[in-house]
Design a binder for this molecule. Sequence first.
Ligand code: GDP
Ligand code: IMO
Ligand code: MG
Length: 450
Amino acid sequence: MTLTIVGSQLGDEGKGALVDRWGGDADVVVRYQGGDNAGHTVVEGGAEYKLSLVPSGAVRGTVGILGNGCVVNPRTLFTEIDDLRERGLDPDVRVARRAHVIMPYHRVLDGIEEEVKADDDAGDEVGTTGRGIGPTYEDKAGRRGVRVADLLAPDVLREKLEYAVPQKRALVEDVYGLDLTDDDRAEAFDVDALHEEFTRIGERLADEEMTVNCSDYLYRRREAGDRILFEGAQGTHIDIDHGNYPFVTSSNPTAGGAVVGSGVGVTTVGDGEVVGIVKAYLSRVGSGPLPTELDGDAEEEALADEIREKGGEFGTVTGRPRRIGWLDLPMLRHAARVSGFTGVAVNHVDVLAGLDELKVCTGYELDGEEIDTVPTTTERWERCEPVFETLDTWDEFDSAAVAEDGYDALPEAARGYLEFVADEIDTPVYAVGVGPDREETVELTNPFDE
Ligand code: GDP
Ligand code: IMO
Ligand code: MG
């Protein structure tokens, strides 16, 4: 039995909280794409953990795998593992030997490309997390990437670096016109220094028996009857194929990514549950359209500030304030279809409590026509005018008491909101988030219950 957790919107929907919630019923938690651009929060009994690479089952002590679809920065992985150990956890993380490695030059290139895009005033910088994600996936597709397995073979690693690094240096110097002399970014392009550091990293990975053949490992675990939870990072609308290109990340957070990014068969993932994580409003960190954004006038901006403060909407990875908008059903319809959701978990229902007004976007108006899905281009999506339905608001409630008493203890208007959303996207609500803590979730269905 598998459970795949997918972000339905633009990332930061509270995936970590649900992976932690249901991770206790899983035997293995697998990240299948992305890297340390992710920031997943788990709150257990008031203790908060922010995880970028270590899969969110770690707080429960569940084995975590970084699948072949991930891009792994070993420096941040080890720092995160060491920090968690200092806090008393003992994360057991295995890394696919087919996963690609984020090298220091990828991070430098991510920064340079964003700077260049920002400088040309065309407004086409993506607002990336600066973690080197795009450049690493580029090298993967360009067949010049360094894989985790290469760190275990110093001769192979040297050969790869000797091929790739001069190209990267030329890109920086000849294409971007930067002079790396006396620049502390130069060491990211020093083959010998890179070879030494990453050979040592390979030794640590080998000593701690951290590398696996992901597909084979997961096959054996499933044969033994183990339950697998796939932890998507990012969200549907920043998926490189199904999202708001080019304001996307460079991988596939949607459910198909779980198959390709782990080496488990499509029928296995398809036989299991696929749960879309929904934030009850929208947040976006980074550039790109957001038709329902609350930024029209001072009143809307004040409302956005209120939601931002109450929901703690500041980037987990970069600390940037997140942009805020009303829930957008065309976006959710697209997400439900692309991943084939069997259920959704709707988080942050507590954050909407006590508002003076509550709106949901049910469709868009574009060129005089009403449409109910997201257009395929950024240019068209940008021109969409949201069509809103105003719903009843609800008062503040005691999250702990509601979580304990169950769904019927939610305010009637909140239940009305959830039922409206479920109906519009034709997908049942499995869980409702009423606070960040593991216990602050109202569970209607545990997807692992068969
Ligand atoms: P992820 O990237 O999808 O795992 O989400 P993030 O961790 O980046 O952002 C979600 C934030 O909301 C975190 O601070 C969570 O602790 C918090 N959170 C999750 N669910 C809820 C909820 O139902 N209510 C509130 N108030 N906060 C929540
Ligand atoms: P989690 O897993 C929200 C956004 C960045 C930028 C775009 C591309 O915590 O939900 P990248 O560094 O991936 O090349 O940036 O994607 N982004 C996220 N936004 N949550 C995330 O992850 C994100 N990961 C990347 O802000 O707009
Ligand atoms: Mg996040």
